[in-house]
Ligand binder design. Structure first.
Ligand SMILES: Nc1ncnc2c1ncn2[C@@H]1O[C@H](COP(=O)(O)OP(=O)(O)OP(=O)(O)O)[C@@H](O)[C@H]1O
Length: 325
């Protein structure tokens, strides 16, 4: 879509809803983006904008209530959604991995952490126990876990949140995937540990030429660690651009709203502005074509979401707005 390198991952027109007791929730509509090999992109947006659902749809781990109504997900030009459940299961972990938010709950509380990494390795490559152990230790060293021989027999409750997240990253990287999705990987960690974990993810992604999707509501964090940003609002991708371009020339009114609401990105606290209103109720059957319309300072009668269009200002800059800035 935006790059001359063939994409590692390509998501096109992904539309997902959930059937609930309270009606159908129209969560994603025509979500599209690409990820190049070795590229780190950030998917940002408010809570409820559909970031995690996008990640789970790619990985094939959506809740049973979800229905993929349309869309195409390709990994190295292979149709991921057409894979058999068994093939998809093998793809997950070996070629594509996910790191979940809240590391402690993502791990099995009653199994030593080394065994949990070993399980991932053994699921994908039959190997003698001694070889599996050597690979577990190597994975733990890769994520800089001190004294891995001792720590591999620890249970999650015996480790700090930061160490638990390193175990989650080690398990995700154990089979050397080419795609890594990190879903709010620093939730619940203190600020210093957050930075250490983010540095680690960036370092392993760069060293392994991993295509990486960082899911976060934190635009400042995304700007520090990502090459490109995909901005989501209420299940739509509203803008995508390389970080410097997005910050220098945001075009969608929602992106400018986000940029103006982050304390570290504005010049003084007096410039801080909350985005008015809230996300629309995604159960509405009459959702407007532009789901930002009710909150948008530039909204005009007859204003419709035109879908993502290239911006003349930058070749990799796409925006879905009839009246961009
Ligand atoms: N199992 C489910 N059943 C019904 N609705 C769901 C389900 N899972 C997610 N949703 C809805 O999908 C929408 C998007 O959720 P999602 O978790 O992807 O948001 P998000 O952008 O990742 O937010 P957060 O940062 O809070 O995780 C929300 O409105 C949420 O309520």
């Amino acid at each position: 879509m935006t790059s001359t390198t063939p994409p590692l991952l390509s998501v096109r027109d992904l539309t997902v809803d959930f059937r609930t007791r309270h009606g159908t929730v129209h969560v994603l509509e025509n979500v599209s983006f690409d990820l190049a090999p070795g590229e780190i992109i950030g998917i940002v947006g408010e809570s409820g904008s559909g970031k995690s659902v996008t990640a789970f749809a790619i990985m094939g781990i959506l809740d049973k209530a979800a229905r993929i109504l349309s869309g195409d997900i390709r990994f190295e030009n292979r149709d991921v959604m057409a894979m058999s459940p068994r093939a998809r299961d093998l793809w997950r972990g070996k070629e594509a991995s996910i790191i979940f938010q809240n590391p402690r709950t993502a791990l099995n509380p009653i199994r030593p952490v080394g065994d949990q990494i070993a399980d991932v390795i053994a699921r994908h490559t039959p190997a003698a126990p001694a070889e599996v152990k050597a690979r577990v230790l190597q994975a733990m060293r890769q994520v800089r876990i001190p004294d891995p021989e001792k720590r591999m027999s620890a249970y999650p409750f015996e480790l700090s949140g930061g160490l638990c997240q390193r175990i989650g990253i080690a398990a995700a990287l154990a089979c050397e995937p080419r795609l890594l999705i990190a879903d709010e990987p620093t939730t619940g960690l203190d600020v210093t540990t957050q930075a250490v974990i983010m540095d680690l993810i960036r370092d392993v992604a760069r060293a392994g030429n991993l295509g990486t999707v960082l899911i976060t509501h934190d635009l400042a964090l995304a700007s520090e660690y990502c090459d490109r940003i995909v901005v989501m609002h209420a299940g739509h991708v509203v803008e995508t651009a390389p970080v410097a371009e997005l910050f220098a020339r945001p075009r969608h009114p929602y992106t400018t709203g986000l940029l103006g609401s982050v304390p570290s990105l504005v010049e003084s606290v007096h410039d801080l502005r909350a985005i008015p209103g809230s996300l629309p109720d995604l159960r509405r059957s009459d959702l407007p074509p532009c789901r930002f319309a009710d909150r948008c300072p530039r909204h005009q009668p007859g204003c419709e979401a035109p879908g993502l269009r290239p911006e003349p200002a930058g070749p990799n800059h796409l925006v879905a707005c009839r009246y961009p800035l």
